[in-house]
Design a protein around this ligand. Structure first.
Ligand SMILES: Cc1cc2nc3c(=O)[nH]c(=O)nc-3n(C[C@H](O)[C@H](O)[C@H](O)COP(=O)(O)O)c2cc1C
Length: 112
C-alpha cells in the first residue's frame, strides 16, 4: 500500500476524529447529557495540561455535562444554518444558494 504523506494523514485523522466526536455527542444526548464541540483551543497548552505525547494530535474538544435548567431549548431559533439542500447533493452537485460570506451570516443572525 502506498504511504500517505503527513498532511493526508492529518486529514484522515481529522475526518475520523470528527465522526467519533459526533458519535460521542449523539451517545451523550441519548443519555440525557449536553455537549459542545470545540475547535478553537491552544493545542500546545492542552498538551502540557494533559501530558499528551508527541504521537498524538489534539483535533477537537467536546464539553459534556448536564445542561443548565435555563439553557436554550431546541425550539429556540438557532444561528445561521444552511438548508439541507445546500449540503446534501443527489445525483449531481448543485452549488449552494447562499455564499457563506460575512454579510449573509450577519443578515441571518439579525433576523433571529
Ligand atoms: C467543529 C466545531 C467546532 C467548534 N468550535 C467552537 C469553539 O472553538 N468555540 C465556540 O465557542 N464554539 C465552537 N463551536 C460551536 C459550539 O460547539 C456550539 O455548537 C454552539 O455554541 C451552539 O450553538 P448552536 O446551538 O447554534 O449550534 C464549534 C462547533 C463545531 C461544529
Amino acid at each position: 500500500m502506498a504511504e500517505r504523506d503527513e498532511s493526508e494523514n492529518r486529514l484522515w485523522a481529522t475526518r475520523s476524529t470528527a465522526l467519533a466526536g459526533m458519535t460521542l455527542m449523539h451517545a451523550a444526548r441519548a443519555e440525557g447529557l449536553a455537549t459542545c464541540p470545540v475547535g478553537g483551543f491552544d493545542g500546545e497548552a492542552l498538551r502540557g495540561e494533559f501530558d499528551i505525547g508527541d504521537g498524538y494530535e489534539p483535533v477537537m474538544l467536546v464539553t459534556m455535562g448536564h445542561a443548565a435548567a435555563n439553557a436554550r431549548d431546541t425550539n429556540t431559533p438557532r444561528k445561521f444554518r444552511r438548508s439541507v439542500d445546500d449540503i446534501v447533493h443527489r445525483e449531481e452537485f448543485e452549488p449552494a444558494e447562499a455564499e457563506l460570506d460575512d454579510g449573509v451570516v450577519a443578515e441571518s443572525y439579525a433576523t433571529q
